[in-house]
Design a protein around this ligand. Structure first.
Ligand code: SAM
Length: 285
């Protein structure tokens, strides 16, 4: 292979459902000289499933610095390298950042083979605003640091995406409730694309109630989405939406739908809905 053909491909793989593997990902992995994988034993099963026999080398958080030199040397010799992680898109809470940075610094083309990612999968179905969002990755496992970070995020107006930990789910939800209030719009997406995929809640308070009674909620992989602070600042538009919903739906449902759509706290919308209901209808006469 000539030097010109050297490319580092960053290849997304399924986050659960093997049917989500893209045709291009299969081609690129099959044609690469070597695959850099986070866990070669784990990835061997995926590659075998698709009949891919490309040799692998391991590249994970603990050897990335050293392996970077090795992989960049291969790229500079003209090899094509494909980077994968255990699931989803590499570099998104997964190894690969150093390698991509080193390859770019060495003048090697880096190309994306996009595909599954829990962040975009969760955003696409949660029903929270997606025009702007921030990705927080995992929250700190120490309560103090976690709270401090949540306090920084409390006034964030964009939708917040968090990779929740099943072991700490209740503590994480409680910390969000303590800092941002129980009315903060929130949706928990579990086991996306898998057999037991599920989605819960519309506020942090509701999620907290559910997690106390449903042990299954604390199993598997999960993404927590929080509506931004005062996600919709346009009071007139929110009032119009609420009035339209109240004309068609019971009060509680109308408030719940409006809260999800706008990110405005349910209590605020509830008060406004009560005011609407107490307003005397205009006299036709
Ligand atoms: N690189 C991956 C991606 O593109 O989403 C993320 C890797 S990170 C180490 C693993 C975390 O992603 C999980 O703890 C969970 O928060 C989230 N995740 C991955 N797969 C998921 C799934 N099928 N359903 C829900 N969350 C998932």
């Amino acid at each position: 292979m000539s030097n010109e053909s050297a490319v580092l491909y960053v290849v997304a793989t399924p986050i659960g459902n093997l049917g989500d593997m893209t045709a291009r990902a299969i081609d690129v992995l099959r044609d690469a000289d070597v695959i850099a994988a986070e866990d070669t034993r784990h990835s061997r099963r995926l590659l075998q499933h698709f009949g891919i026999a490309t040799p692998m080398l391991s590249l994970h958080d603990h050897n990335e610095r050293k392996q970077c030199e090795n992989v960049v040397a291969r790229l500079l010799q003209g090899q094509t390298v494909a980077l994968i992680s255990d699931a989803g898109t590499p570099l998104i809470s997964d190894p690969g950042f150093r390698l991509v940075r080193s390859a770019r610094a060495a003048g090697v083309p880096v190309k994306a083979v996009p595909g599954p990612c829990a962040v975009t999968a969760a955003l696409s179905i949660a029903g929270l605003p997606t025009d702007r969002f921030v990705f927080e990755g995992f929250l700190d496992n120490k309560a103090g640091a976690r709270r401090a970070r949540l306090e920084e995020l409390a006034s964030e107006a964009r939708t917040i995406v968090i990779y929740a930990s099943p072991r700490r789910l209740q503590a994480e939800l409680q910390a969000v409730a303590d800092v941002m209030g129980e009315d903060r719009p929130a949706v928990l997406l579990r086991e996306l694309t898998k057999a037991f995929e599920s989605s819960y809640g519309s506020t942090i308070g509701e999620l907290l109630q559910l997690v106390r009674v449903d042990a299954d909620m604390q199993k598997g992989e999960m993404v927590l989405l929080l509506g931004g602070a005062q996600a919709v600042d346009d009071t007139a538009a929110t009032d119009r939406l609420l009035a339209a919903l109240l004309a068609e739906l019971p009060l509680k449902t109308a408030v719940s739908v409006a809260a999800q759509a706008t990110g405005v706290a349910r209590n605020t919308l509830y008060q406004r809905a009560l005011e609407f209901q107490h307003k005397k209808p205009p006299d036709d006469a």
